[in-house]
Ligand binder design. Sequence first.
Ligand SMILES: Nc1nc2c(c(=O)[nH]1)N[C@H]1C(S)=C(S)[C@@H](COP(=O)(O)O)O[C@H]1N2
Ligand SMILES: [Mo]
Length: 322
Amino acid sequence: MVGIVRRADWALPESAATPEHVFVDRRALLAGFGGMIAGAAFGGAVPAARAQAGDQTLDLYPAKRNAAYTIDRPLTPADVAGRYNNFYEFGSHKQIAGAARSLKTRPWTVRIDGLVEREREIGIDELIRAMSLEERLYRHRCVEAWSMTVPWSGFPLARLIDFAAPLSSARYLRLETFLDPDAASGQRQIWYPWPYVEGLTMAEARNELAFIVTGVYGKPLENQFGAPLRLALPWKYGFKSIKSIVRMSFVDERPVSFWEQIAPSEYGFWANVNPQVPHPRWSQAQERVLHTGETVPTLLFNGYAEQVAGLYAGLDGEKLYT
Ligand SMILES: Nc1nc2c(c(=O)[nH]1)N[C@H]1C(S)=C(S)[C@@H](COP(=O)(O)O)O[C@H]1N2
Ligand SMILES: [Mo]
C-alpha cells in the first residue's frame, strides 16, 4: 500500500511532473489555437460530432435549454473543452481525446444494484429515452484550480434514482466507471485502483443540481467527456463528476472513491468547492478560466451555495471542503 501511495504521488493531477507553468503554457497555446481556427462562439465551431455506431439517441439533440440554469460567464468554446480533459483511463495528461476514441459506447449497459427493490441492468439507449433531456449551463471547477463553463445535456440524477427505486435503508450512492484495459491504456497502469469509483450521500444525489450528462454542446458526448453517461456535480471539485458510468449501487457504507484511495488527505469524500480551504499543496482561492486564461476568484460551493449549503448543516465535524 505504501508503494502504491508513493507511485501515485507523482501521478496526482497537479503533480511535479506537470508543474503549474507547463499547465498554463499549454492552455494558452490551446486557447490561441482554438481561437484562430474556430472563433469564440460555439455555434459553428463544434467539431463534427463523432457519433457512435448504433447510438439510438441522436434525434434527442439539441435538448431544450432549462432557463433556470444559466450563468453570467461566457461558455468555454467546444474545441477547447474537448481538448483539455481529465480522464486517467486514457492517460494522466489532458490530451486524451484521441486515445478515448477507442472506447466503444454501444452497446453499453448500466447495472443498478445494492439496496434496491430489484437489481437490474438497462441498455443505454433505453435508459436515455426513458428520461427527457434538457440543457443546463454549468460551471466546472477542477481541484487543480482551472475552470470552464459548459452546456451539458442530460437529466436530473434524482430522476434516475426514482427509476432505480432504492430501499429506504440506502444511505449512499456509489458509481463506477467501466473497466477495460484493452480499450483504455491508462487502466494498464496497475498502481491505480481501477475502476474509478465515486460516491455521494442520498441527499446530495437527490439535490436538483446533481445532473446525469449524456451530451454537451448540443450533441451526444464525445468519449473524452465521459460518454455515454457521466455525472456533473457543479458545487464539488471536478473529480467527483465521474465519467462513463457502468454501475450504480445503493449502499449503506460510505464509498471510498478513486482519488480518496490514492491520497485521502488531498482528495476526500466531500470535496465541496471552498476558496478558503486550500489543497495541501496549493491555494483554492482563485481559478484559471480555460480559453481566456483569466484568473478569477473561486466562489463558495462554486457559486451554488443557495442550492446546496443546506445539505451540510450539522456536519461540522466532517472535512467538507477537501
Ligand atoms: N472515470 C473518470 N472520471 C473522471 C475523471 C477520470 O480521470 N476518470 N477525471 C475527473 C476530473 S479530475 C475532472 S476535472 C473531470 C473532467 O471532466 P472534463 O474532461 O469533461 O472536463 O472529470 C472527472 N471524472
Ligand atoms: Mo479535476
